[in-house]
Design a protein around this ligand. Structure first.
Ligand SMILES: O=C(O)CCC(=O)C(=O)O
Length: 288
């Protein structure tokens, strides 16, 4: 199976928004398939700078050191999310703190109308790194259907959050992209995925893979010799926060001073995750 791919042109990047026809196709893809790839939304030089920073910060963590780092008590910036697979909250400095990344104009103009306008929030910003030899991850949704006790309601609801994946390197089938089950955002909570329904599409630097938060997916095995980092940014409606995934976890690594140095619109976008990070820290350091 395939996923819809929308090519983002230089002109669209310069204007900071998709042309109407592309925007419609992207909305249709997200609505019907639960995922769409915006190809070329980021300049590759910017992605390469992110990768270099990732390498400089984490490149020396071999699998044993990474595992040990993930086993430190909370609040921990590194979580194990599968065999040989780790989710890291990178400090939002250097290229990771650039508003052109998390507040990319084309992305914001695409997501705002779908997630409630400029009160939309960035709920978390992490990197998922799969190590060479990592196994296939468990198949999951990032969050279940809302009101799942009423079977008809959740699948019929519009978007409440999306996960935006930005690969820091080109990810072929050997390195292992995130595989997705198109249409599964509309499945009842209990419906199982089958191997035939899976779309495993190679990712390219410059891509943003926008996925409905309900869509079933999994990290594919990494059969290469390269660590595969992909950036994960979760954007949500103002009222939604994913407490399930973030209990005791830091969704974003930024200090108050760094937040205050951001442009005003970015501060509003990041405020929720910053509060959540503070809460995770607070809870972890409460006396017994
Ligand atoms: O590693 C991947 O490709 C997917 C990771 C993922 O879905 C997760 O950790 O929730």
């Amino acid at each position: 199976m395939d996923l819809p791919i929308i090519m983002v042109s230089d002109a669209e990047r310069a204007q900071g928004r998709l042309a109407q026809e592309s925007a419609f196709a992207a909305i249709k893809g997200l609505h019907e398939e639960g995922a769409v790839i915006l190809r070329g939304i980021y300049p590759t030089e910017g992605i390469d700078a992110l990768y270099q920073t990732f390498q400089a910060r984490y490149g020396n963590l071999d699998p044993a050191r990474m595992l040990a780092a993930s086993q430190q008590p909370p609040p921990n910036f590194i979580q194990k999310v599968g065999e040989g697979r780790y989710e890291i909250a990178p400090r939002m400095t250097g290229p990771f703190g650039h508003p052109g990344l998390f507040a990319n104009a084309v992305l914001m103009n695409f997501l705002w109308p779908l997630l409630g306008g400029d009160i939309m929030r960035l709920a978390s910003m992490t990197v998922v790194a799969s190590y060479p030899g990592s196994a296939m991850q468990h198949i999951h949704r990032d969050h279940g259907q809302l009101f799942h006790e009423f079977a008809q309601i959740g699948p019929a609801l519009p978007l409440y959050a999306v996960n935006v994946t930005v690969p820091l390197i080109d990810v072929d089938q050997n390195i292992g992209p995130t595989a997705i089950w198109p249409g599964s955002h509309r499945w009842p909570q209990e419906q199982e995925s089958t191997p035939e329904g899976m779309a495993s599409v190679a990712f390219q630097r410059g891509d943003a893979i926008v996925m409905d938060y309900r869509t079933m997916h999994t990290g594919m095995p990494n059969s290469s010799n390269t660590v595969r980092p992909i950036l994960y940014m979760v954007y949500s409606r103002e009222w939604f926060f994913d407490d399930n995934n973030h209990r005791g976890r830091t969704p974003m690594a930024i200090t108050l001073a760094e937040l205050q140095a951001m442009p005003k619109e970015s501060q509003l976008l990041l405020m929720r995750a910053w509060q959540q990070a503070l809460r995770a820290h607070q809870l972890a350091t409460l006396p017994a």
